[in-house]
Design a protein around this ligand. Sequence first.
Ligand code: ATP
Ligand code: MG
Length: 196
Amino acid sequence: MAESRRVIIVGIPGVGKTTLVSKVVELLRSKKISVNVSIFGTVMFEEAKKNGIKDRDDLRKLSVPEQKKLQSMAAKKIASMTDDVVIVDTHAFIATKEGYYPGLPHNVLEILTPDSFIMISARPEEIYNRRMKDTTRNRDIVSIEAIKKELDVTSAMLSTCSILCGSPIKMILNSEGKIDEVAKGIVSAMGFNNGT
Ligand code: ATP
Ligand code: MG
C-alpha cells in the first residue's frame, strides 16, 4: 500500500482554512482519492472533553503544559490515518497569555512527518470581517494591526517547520468570494491536476 501524503494547512483564525478544506475534500473525493481531514483543534477538544473542557474555544486558555499534552495525543491519533491524503487543519501558533505558543512544535512535527505545508492568508481587513461575521465561533476579536502581526508570526513559525521537516511551504491567498478557485489552487499545489 502506498504511503499517505500528509499536508498541513495553517493560517490564523478566520482566514478560511476549514471552509477551503471542505471544498478541497469534495474535489479530491470526486477524483476517487481517499482523504482524511483532521482539524487539529477538534481532535484536541475530543481529548480535552474527557477532562471536562466544554468549549472548543477554551482550549487556548489552558496552561501551556496542558495544551502540550493534548497536542501530542492529537498528533498520535492523526498519524495513525492511512488514507491517500491526510490533511491537517491547524494553526502555526496559539495566542496564549504566556505569548505565542507553537501549534507545530518539534515533537508534534516528528509525530506527523508532513510532506508539505500550505499557508492560507488573506487581506487583514477581510480576516477581520470574517471573524466579526462568523457567529458559529467564539474567536478573539483583535485589531487589524494585530491581525497583520499574527500573519507575520505565522510565516515565521512555518519557515522553521519547513526547515525542520525538509518540506516545502505553498502560500495561498484566500481572496474574498473566491472559495472555489482557491480550493482548486490547493488541489493543484498538492500535485493533483484539476481536469475532470
Ligand atoms: P479557525 O482557525 O478559527 O477555525 P478558519 O481558518 O477555519 O478559522 P473558517 O471557519 O473556514 O476559518 O472561515 C471563517 C469565516 O470566513 C467563515 O464564516 C467563512 O464562511 C468565511 N470565509 C472563508 N473563506 C472565505 C472567502 N474566500 N470569501 C468569503 N468568506 C470566506
Ligand atoms: Mg477552522
